[in-house]
Design a protein around this ligand. Structure first.
Ligand code: ACO
Length: 361
């Protein structure tokens, strides 16, 4: 679909042009709650250690073995479409960030497309571990800003319980299952995704990986015996890198957009560890109250953490609020984005249509 001509300037001094903005948020969390007390019965750990070292109290687990990541992603998408009053046929694209796809191929996006009945959409998955949603958001925003698409569904979803080793106390306490989704539509008033800084560094890939199952180490009896199909993490170096990289990326975005800490309304950080979030906010000069944090209830849901934060804070968000989204994950992958919010409250916002109407088109 061709892009419409951009206005010469915006009222509030923001750069003119077509941007992609979030117009609705959806989510899905499984009902089953795995508490720290439950984990005390599974591995040598304690509620006190987990809360003190990570901030996590409980996490949700998708128990039904018949249900996988696409199930959660589809439920999040349905909630979003319902709120925005759209039919699935109106979607132009579906981009899913995940490291726990239902299978290597077809992509989770294809399975979501089929279950939703999004007959006019193309789609694909983005593999960037905990940065999956941010990277998918950047890709989806590109499809909208270029004029290729009008409505892009961006989902972050992971069934981490399918790759977590529940005999490894250093990782099994961290992760939970969940999905979050946003709808991206064109905005012509300067709101939406204003900036994005992304990097990868593969030189320390072994510190956070799932070594088995790919073309380097296809499944064998030996790989199963070595438990190589589970997530492996060397926590300390990952912790240090996470703080450094999320703070660096966020400060880069703040500096090149001339934003002081006072100008930032919310930090939307990846939820890997409460201490990482505290240190990142501190290095950015932000009070902790500006950092969205729900790690206590959900743990680390990998690609779902950012959209789940947006969902949980949606009622508090106001049009024009400036959000810094930042993530760090396996790879390493990391980044930060500046998103200005386009609507008040929880019902979603028909940005494209209203703006088209007001422009007399
Ligand atoms: N219960 C009790 N003790 C534990 C547990 C546990 N669950 N896990 C580890 N310990 C012990 C260790 O064995 C160690 O004992 P020792 O001193 O006798 O050797 C001690 O606690 C300290 O271990 P550390 O690994 O140094 O603990 P740390 O304070 O670093 O916390 C954690 C570990 C929570 C994993 C932390 O390193 C972390 O959050 N790392 C970053 C995670 C992250 O950001 N990941 C990126 C995103 S995830 C993704 O992309 C998929």
């Amino acid at each position: 679909m061709p892009a419409s001509p951009a206005p010469a300037a915006t009222d509030d001094g923001l750069p003119a042009g077509r941007t992609a903005t979030v117009t609705a948020v959806g989510h899905f969390l499984p009902e089953r709650c795995l508490t720290n007390a439950d984990l005390e019965g599974m591995v040598d750990t304690s509620d006190e250690w987990i809360q003190k070292r990570t901030g996590i109290r409980e996490r949700r687990i998708l128990r039904d073995p018949e249900k996988a990541t696409s199930y959660m992603a589809t439920r999040a998408a349905e909630e979003l479409l319902d709120k925005r009053g759209l039919a699935a046929e109106e979607l132009d694209a579906i981009v899913v960030g995940t490291v726990t796809p239902d299978m290597f191929y077809p992509s989770t996006a294809c399975l979501v497309q089929d279950e939703l009945g999004a007959t006019g959409a193309f789609g694909y998955d983005v593999s960037a571990a905990c940065s999956g949603f941010l990277y998918a958001l950047g890709a989806g925003a590109g499809h909208v800003a270029s004029g290729q698409c009008e409505k892009v569904l961006v989902i972050g979803a992971d069934k981490m319980s399918s790759i977590v080793d529940y005999t490894d106390r250093s990782t099994c306490i961290l992760f939970g299952d969940g999905a979050g989704a946003v709808l991206l539509e064109p905005s012509r008033d300067g709101h939406g995704l204003r900036d994005m800084h992304q990097r990868v560094d593969g030189s320390e890939w072994e510190n956070l990986c799932q070594p088995g199952g790919g073309s380097r180490q296809p499944p064998t009896h030996q790989s199963l015996d070595r438990r190589d199909h589970f997530l492996k993490q060397n926590g300390r170096p990952v912790f240090k890198q996470a703080v450094q990289r999320m703070a660096e990326a966020s400060l880069t975005v703040m500096q090149r957009n001339d934003l002081t800490p006072e100008d930032v309304d919310y930090l939307v950080p990846h939820q890997a560890n409460r201490r990482i979030i505290e240190a990142t906010a501190h290095q950015m000069g932000l009070p902790l109250e500006k950092a969205m944090m729900n790690i206590g209830e959900y743990g680390n849901t990998t690609a779902a953490t950012l959209p789940l934060c947006l969902h949980d804070w949606e009622a508090d968000l106001r049009k024009g609020d400036r959000l810094i989204l930042t993530t760090f994950g396996g790879g390493y992958t990391w980044g930060a984005g500046l998103l200005t919010w386009a609507y008040d409250g929880t019902e979603g916002h028909a940005a494209g249509e209203q703006e088209e109407a007001s422009a007399g088109r």
